[in-house]
Design a protein around this ligand. Structure first.
Ligand SMILES: *Cc1c(COP(=O)(O)O)cnc(C)c1O
Length: 243
């Protein structure tokens, strides 16, 4: 706690900025949920802290934020070590997963949003420590093809989902996507609707426990919430532009 107060004293100006920005993002989430006729508590905010320091994460924590998303393993581990006293932070891995990094990911995160291959899922399953709860996972879907190489195609999704749902140390919770950035809200919604439909299709095939749509970032969270997002992943609108 001493450390935290020191951070707060030292970064007082930034601290207010993060507090303001978190409040604005939370307000946007509530408004979007309200407009969609949803209860705002059903949309959870992941603060994407990639490239931000442990001190900045501590500031967001002091403002009440508990869910943090990281893309790069080494950077994330350093922050986790620095912040290990903040035991109620929930760490989400949202970046590409390299095979040789699966053990450390399986050991140090509560959630993984970016599984797109069975081999990776199998390794994470085998390496998830016995003393921890099953890893909560989403499958990353390449929702508008072409734009990114990450993510499973919609065609191959059912097979991967079935395989992952059989793994005892992973709990398949839903789907994640990172669409190509577009400004038009109608276009944004159309893409998110595809992910919502993909989740409904898996549910209709009898897969159990699917309750998660991880979609929406700084520029499109309203559209994602309108289409049923349960996690939004927001970086720059909380922490400012990335360095
Ligand atoms: C960086 C990142 C985000 C946050 O993006 P912003 O536009 O800064 O809000 C969300 N999800 C993933 C997977 C990211 O890599």
């Amino acid at each position: 706690m001493g450390q935290l107060l020191m951070f707060r004293g030292h970064f007082l100006i930034t601290m207010h900025t993060i507090d303001d920005k978190l409040a604005k993002v939370t307000e946007r989430i509530q408004q979007a949920a309200l407009a969609a006729g949803r209860i705002s508590g059903t949309v959870r905010l992941i603060a994407v802290s990639k490239t931000q320091s442990a001190a900045v994460v501590a500031q967001a924590y002091a403002c009440g934020q508990r869910l943090f998303g990281e893309n790069y393993l080494q950077e994330a581990l350093e922050k986790q070590t620095a912040l290990n006293l903040l035991t109620d932070i929930e760490w989400h891995f949202i970046g590409p997963i390299q095979s040789n990094k699966t053990r450390a990911i399986a050991e140090n995160f509560a959630w993984i949003h970016s599984i797109d291959r069975e081999k990776t899922a199998q390794r994470l399953n085998d390496q998830r420590p016995e003393n921890l709860l099953p890893l909560q996972v989403c499958l990353q879907v390449n929702i508008d093809d072409e734009t990114t190489k990450s993510g499973i195609s919609l065609t191959e999704l059912p097979m991967l989902a079935r395989a992952v749902s059989q793994l005892p140390r992973l709990q398949l919770r839903g789907l994640m996507c990172i669409p190509a950035p577009v400004n038009n809200p109608e276009q944004q919604r159309a893409v998110f609707a595809k992910l919502r439909q993909a989740l409904a299709d898996l549910q209709a095939k009898g897969l159990q426990g699917l309750d998660t749509l991880s979609m929406g970032m700084s520029g499109d969270m309203e559209a994602a919430i309108a289409e049923g997002a349960t996690f939004v992943r927001v970086g720059s609108d909380i922490f400012g532009a990335r360095v």
